[in-house]
Design a protein around this ligand. Sequence first.
Ligand SMILES: [Zn+2]
Length: 315
Amino acid sequence: MHLLLILVFVLSVQGYETQLSASGMVRYEVGHVDSDVVITAGHSGYKKPAEYGERYENGCYISANDTCAYNSINCTDTTSKDKCGTRVIADVNTSSLAKLLAHRIKLRMNGVRPHVIICDLHRSRVDVNREVNEATFGMRNAKIVYDEYHNFINTAIVSSSNGGSRNVFYIDIHGQAGNTKTVIGNLIKNNSSSSGLAQLTLSNDQASQTSLGHLVNVSGKSLEELVRGNYSIGGLIEKNSSFGVVPSPENRMSSTGTWYRGGYSLREYSMAAPVFGMQVEANHHVRSSLPNRKNFASTLANAVRCWLKEFSGNY
Ligand SMILES: [Zn+2]
């Protein structure tokens, strides 16, 4: 009886429902009915149960059509390792950062908590931010978790959009150590392409190929303003904190360190109305301690609130 009372108490204190997938590997913290934000952390998983096989560190290179195959064969040749490499390292502390961000947004949005989806299976067992073959290497149990994760995101987006009448902000949280600044990915290349950040001004014509196409349409702001203007996410964070972000007005592109333009989930969910989105590649400093995560979550939440209030058209 005591235990039951304690559980009910915990649920009521949290103020939101947590759904656990059938495999037990994916958590969906159901957002407030009025929320228009979906936050995911797909690479923070730490569980490695015996029934899940290990993904290989590379697929197999198929020279005939210059592609990679990801299946049960472990290809150890040099070409396959060079051309078909995968990632199996987890993004440490990103589920913590995702939950802190949701909490801070809730505080700033009158108690309206975002939807949060977290994968607890380690990335060496499934990579939910890749297409299904590279994600699972054909392993059945990994595919189940993969589908659970993406089904929860779909459910959250449908709920957030309120039948398509509400714009939705999708935020995919990751971590990286290849850049000393936190990187905000909007599916825009860095400086290696004519459509990349090396342009003096990003053209609105390319907005539909980014994760901000819908926001450009509803906000009246240009792609350039949203990506690295004073009211870009990077601009708002740098103006109000000591955290370094790229892109921003000060850091128009990544001149040193790895660039992260955004991955599978961002492409899958944020390239069509009513959704817009970003991939946050949090740097090591931001994730390294709980106080740092709290500070960064608070600053990022302020920026997100600004976009929701000023640009999304829902308020
Ligand atoms: Zn990641």
